[in-house]
Design a protein around this ligand. Structure first.
Ligand code: 5AD
Ligand code: SF4
Length: 475
């Protein structure tokens, strides 16, 4: 159904490009990722750690000695998908009993040794802060033991580990700037699976961006569960420093990365309405290479629901933040996340979400129906009272409305000229290039003499609700 489709865009499945190790141990690693961009970024750190330990990555799970699945727990259907995959890998193991099967990420953290002991689906379980230990954990399995490390850390940011870029187009890359989340939205399992919030050293972030630029990348997306609460305190390094330079907040970090090179585009995700400051918006407006696009999850258009969700803002506050975006960056693209059918949501409250959408007319949205997650505040405090039928119906109403708004937004782009970073060939044809405008909308256009990584001006002539269609013009 539609929810699956929309979630799928975000919850793609990645297998790796093959990465060579200098000190090969002759063994092959197959890595598969589910869930958010942060998980895909983590898999690049895992690949880096494992290639250093001598593994060569492969796209073919049959020939792998080690199979690792980086998992997501955000909704029940994400977990079900991984369970099915694990069952399949267990079947494959009959032909190769020495194959090590490991689970990483949020499901590993949430279910801990249950997958290993009760369900016997895996040999190894490693939580999001335990990836440095992976080579040792694999060795433990090879010596006949089951291996688990699900310790969460207050410090781990993998700051100095250079990620191995996986399934990359060589043009855009993710950079993790922080880990964990302290917000405790009542529906969300992330604070339990990814632990406390911690920010990464800005110098290592800037160095990673510079390195990517030197390698030909032209776009970086700074990742965190709540980028607006990024805060680096120099004192952590134990040095005596200039107190005026003591902390770096998100706006300052954005500026530092924007200054790496004017041809390096900067994006970021995810912003939180309760924390997004005008300072961030002014920094975005100041630098042409910081893209005019904000993903600002609203979750619900009703203040009582938002209170039960423990989101820390009201409908009015959210409107105020959108008004600030439009005032400071009139052409900014805005997208959101919406949950239908949260605990106790009445028909009136649901209608408030529709009316908020009508007023704000998002360019794009990720839409879900509520899925109760064990241990969360909502699971402990509120009854999951909306029937599945109502959840699905409300979600469909939300999706139908968003389709209208997305098409409307794309139609507004027709006839205009957009600066596009060429990412590569379009999915459909080698005669067509694709790339995004600053508002993050994909534009497809006939191939020219330009190369991926070049910026071109594209005049948009037509559109669907998902894509713009155009042609390169001399700007
Ligand atoms: N049920 C449904 N959707 C959820 N999300 C997070 N937790 C749940 C849940 N329990 C959605 C939120 C969040 C996005 C990443 O996933 O909209 O912003
Ligand atoms: Fe979950 Fe809320 Fe943190 Fe996002 S901000 S990860 S929704 S707790």
């Amino acid at each position: 159904m539609a929810e699956e489709l929309l979630a799928e865009e975000r919850q793609g499945e990645a297998t790796l490009v093959e990465a060579q190790s200098d000190l090969s141990n002759g063994k092959k690693l197959y890595l598969e990722s589910y869930g958010c961009q942060m998980n895909f970024s983590d898999s690049e750190i895992v690949a880096s750690i494992m290639t250093k330990a001598g593994y060569q990555t492969t796209r073919n799970s049959d020939e792998a000695d080690v199979v690792l699945i980086n998992t997501c727990s955000i909704r029940d259907n994400a977990e079900q998908r991984v369970r099915n995959r694990l069952t399949q890998f267990q079947k494959d193991k009959r032909n190769n009993p020495d194959k090590v099967i490991g689970i990483l990420g949020c499901m590993a953290e949430r279910l801990k040794s249950q997958l290993l002991e009760e369900e016997q689906l895996v040999d190894l379980v490693a939580g999001p802060d335990a990836y440095r230990e992976l080579p040792g954990l694999v060795s433990e399995v090879e010596s006949g033991q089951k291996a688990v490390n699900v310790l969460l850390s207050r410090e781990e940011t993998y700051a100095e580990i250079a990620p191995v870029r996986l399934d990359s187009n060589g043009i855009s890359a993710f950079i993790s700037i922080m880990r964990g989340c302290d917000n405790m939205c009542s529906f969300c399992v992330v604070p339990f699976t990814r632990g406390r919030e911690r920010s990464r050293d800005p110098e290592s972030i800037v160095a990673e961006a510079k390195d990517l630029f030197d390698k030909g990348y032209r776009e970086v997306t700074l990742l965190g569960q709540n980028v607006d609460s990024y805060r680096w305190n120099e004192n952590k390094k134990g040095e005596i420093i200039d107190p005026a330079k003591e902390t770096v907040n998100f706006a300052q970090l954005l500026e530092k990365v924007a200054l790496v090179h004017p041809d390096l585009r900067i994006r970021f995700s995810t912003s939180h309405p309760k924390d997004m400051t005008d300072e961030v918006l002014h920094t975005m407006a100041k630098y042409e290479n910081i893209c005019e696009y904000i993903h600002l999850p609203v979750q619900s258009g009703n203040s009582d629901v938002l209170k039960r969700m423990n989101r820390g803002y009201t409908r009015e506050w959210y409107f105020n933040r959108i008004e600030a975006i439009n005032r400071i960056m009139p052409n900014c693209g805005i997208s959101t996340d919406i949950i239908a059918g949260f605990c106790g949501e009445t028909e009136e409250e649901h209608k408030d979400t529709l009316s908020l959408m009508e007023e704000l007319r998002y360019d794009f949205a990720y839409m879900f129906y509520y899925s109760e997650r064990p241990k969360t505040l909502a699971a402990r405090k509120y009854e999951d009272s909306v029937s599945l039928e109502d959840k699905k119906r409300r979600l469909n109403e939300i999706i139908d409305l968003q389709m209208v708004h997305s098409l409307e937004s794309n139609k507004r782009a027709v006839g205009k000229t957009h600066k596009v970073l060429i990412e590569g060939f379009s999915k459909r044809s080698k005669e067509q290039y694709c790339g995004r405008n600053t508002q993050n909308v994909m534009i497809v256009f006939p191939k020219t003499e330009h190369k991926p990584g070049d910026y071109v001006h594209v005049k948009v002539t037509d559109c669907t609700s998902a894509t713009l269609i155009g042609e390169v013009i001399d700007a």
